[in-house]
Design a protein around this ligand. Structure first.
Ligand code: PLP
Length: 372
């Protein structure tokens, strides 16, 4: 494999080297089942306990409020599918990830009514739009903290307050946000929060759900007593440890990473403008650092992706899950990108490992492709 310029950090990130080192003992020597009373089981149990505490400290919760899951998708499904049992209506934004939207389609088949809250052209959910979507029977509102395709950050604190005024609980999918912007569950007063390790330089196949103490939670996987009997299955100890180390490292470096990534992002946009390319930048000014969604006039995002790939540059056309689906993404539709530009939408997501040279290469290759 030649040199790769990886600019798809919203799809997944490289594993943090400290996280990798911390995981190794739990794969090789200390592989005991954390439920067993002998020493390597106890070691595993201790590591899970410490990791739960590290994660709790990173989001301002207590450890008992953290439930390990296999990924962000599972955390989202857990919250949304609880509604089937209480039979009440829920409300979600139109630009949620498919982990939420497809879970909603699933509960709709069980007769649960879902209302879809529109966003403005920047991808922002306005409080008044949320209020209009709420009816007395709405039991849950789910609005993502940051969008995966355009990076827009929502005012979660305000939206959670609106939901609470209407006696609805509030869930946020923080999969794109955690490790990249400050997240404080107490300050934002959310009831549930989903996260996924591989988006913040942790391993794939591990995530967690934060559930505020006292808020209803139904068991999601029946079996053993793991995760307080709520999510059974032998714990993925190495990945839990790796997730905690990666999150802690990203949070320690949060400001310096954001500054570096923002500089790269500014350089990219300035260069593309100076090159005279005709494009729209999607999303809001308040966005996840490095998430750059661009729509090029009279272009084809798929074509751009494949041409860049030939040059060893990895980007995306929208969300990772959408790349196989050539249709316009639901987010591009929801923010009303002009028809002349919509099909030419790509997402470049820069991360902490990207360099000035990467950005220079991306803009010069883009210019070469788009001028042909
Ligand atoms: N939610 C958002 C906003 C995402 O961006 C993603 C992944 O792209 C997910 C959920 C799903 O996370 P996971 O890949 O851990 O299942």
């Amino acid at each position: 494999m030649g040199k790769i310029i990886y600019a798809d950090n919203a799809a997944t990130t490289a594993l943090d080297i400290d996280a990798f080192e911390a995981m190794k003992p739990f794969l090789i020597q200390c592989y005991g089942n954390a439920s067993q009373p002998y020493s390597i089981g106890m070691e595993a149990r201790k590591a899970i306990k410490e990791s739960r505490q590290i994660i709790a400290d990173c989001i301002g919760s207590s450890p008992e409020e953290i439930f390990f899951t296999s990924c962000g998708t599972e955390s989202d499904n857990w919250v949304i599918k609880q509604s089937v049992e209480n039979g009440k209506q829920i409300a979600v934004s139109m630009i949620e990830h498919h982990a939420i939207l497809n879970a909603c389609s699933s509960i709709e088949k069980h007769g649960i009514k879902v209302s879809y809250i529109p966003v403005n052209n920047y991808g922002i959910v306005l409080s008044e739009n949320l209020k209009e979507s709420l009816i007395n029977a709405t039991s849950l509102v789910s609005i993502m903290l940051a969008n995966n395709e355009i990076g827009t950050i929502q005012d979660i604190e305000e939206l959670a307050a609106v939901a609470h005024q209407h006696n609805a609980l509030f869930h946020t999918d923080a999969v794109q946000a955690l490790g990249h912007i400050k997240v404080d569950v107490k300050k934002s007063n959310v009831d549930y929060l989903s996260a996924s390790a591989h988006k913040f330089n942790g391993p794939k196949g591990i995530g967690f759900l934060y559930v505020k103490k006292g808020v209803p939670l139904k068991p999601f996987i029946d079996g053993g007593s793991q995760e307080y009997g709520m999510r059974a299955g032998t714990e993925n100890v190495a990945s839990i440890v790796g997730m905690a180390v990666a999150l802690r490292n990203n949070i320690v470096q949060l400001e310096s990473n954001a500054k570096h990534i923002q500089e790269l992002e500014n350089r990219l946009i300035t260069q593309l403008r100076e090159l005279g390319l005709d494009f729209i930048r999607n999303g809001s000014n308040n966005h996840i650092p490095g998430n750059v969604s661009l729509s090029f006039r009279d272009s084809d995002g798929e074509r751009i992706l494949h041409r860049l790939d030939l040059k060893g540059i990895c980007i995306s056309t929208g969300s990772a899950c959408d790349s196989v689906n050539a249709q316009l993404s639901h987010v591009v539709k929801a923010i009303g990108v002009n028809d002349k530009y919509a099909k030419g939408t790509i997402r470049i997501s820069l991360g902490k490992n990207n360099t000035i040279e990467d950005v220079d290469q991306i803009s010069s290759e883009l210019a070469r492709i788009l001028r042909k």
